[in-house]
Design a protein around this ligand. Structure first.
Ligand code: ATP
Ligand code: ZN
Length: 214
């Protein structure tokens, strides 16, 4: 019991990395220097951090390799893992949107009927289209989705957007917003008494940090 720690999975590098580490710091949790390593311990809280690709975090939490993790809601919704969202964190805000070449006419979602849509979010897009009775071809690609229309791979894309500048630079315009997302703290629901106490302490501190940011 005494040397047990709360294991937290954090993005290794990318858009959520810095804000995740900063949040822990503002919670008074000092991660030891090893930020370049895959694993590090806090010096003043029973916590161990693992640095991973964001896409892998829900699986690690579901498998209990980590107890908790910080990841975008968009990833949770796409992967449909058995994890629960315990806290919204207020950073990593973005939306998942459908975009088309800017000169193309668009009157509504039915204009996507029969079209090819490139995305890294095939599940969410399929559900969204089905809920509007639209049939389209979904092409799953893992990155650089925004160039798909210009190279003839797709008629439309569905990707994460924050300012919209990437879409603009690629001659695309946003026509449908499927969901809004932010970073969330997730956990599996089989924490033992001690680790769930640690999670409660962490949540308490996170809530205090969130309040102080308002
Ligand atoms: P990894 O190497 O960990 O797989 P990645 O390239 O898949 O990283 P990032 O681009 O770093 O992921 O994005 C991580 C998360 O940041 C996204 O899943 C999303 O929740 C959030 N995010 C916020 N704004 C944006 C944006 N404009 N574009 C992409 N993701 C964003
Ligand atoms: Zn990723």
């Amino acid at each position: 019991m005494l040397n047990q720690k709360l294991k937290i999975a954090i993005q290794k590098s990318g858009r959520l990395h810095e804000d995740s580490v900063r949040l822990l710091q503002e919670c008074g949790i000092d991660l030891q220097n090893g930020l370049n390593k895959l694993k590090t311990e806090a010096s003043n809280f029973p916590l161990e951090a693992y640095f991973l690709r964001d896409d892998d975090i829900p699986q690690y939490v579901e498998d209990e390799v980590a107890d908790v993790g910080i990841v975008g809601e968009n990833v949770i919704l796409e992967k449909e893992k058995h994890v629960q969202i315990v806290e919204q964190l207020g950073f990593g805000k973005c939306r998942l949107s459908i975009a088309i070449p800017k000169d193309q006419e668009y009157k509504g979602i039915h204009d996507l009927q029969g079209k090819r849509i490139a995305t890294s979010y095939p599940h969410i897009v399929a559900q969204y289209l089905a809920s509007h009775q639209v049939k389209a071809e979904i092409h799953e690609i893992s990155g650089s989705v925004e160039i798909a229309p210009s190279i003839g791979l797709a008629d439309a894309i569905c990707d994460l957007v924050s300012s919209g500048s990437t879409l603009f630079m690629n001659g695309l315009r946003e026509v449908e917003t499927i969901l809004h997302s932010q970073a969330v703290l997730i956990s599996h629901n089989r924490l033992n008494e001690y680790t769930s106490q640690l999670l409660e302490q962490l949540r308490f501190r996170i809530q205090a940090v969130k309040k102080s940011r308002h």
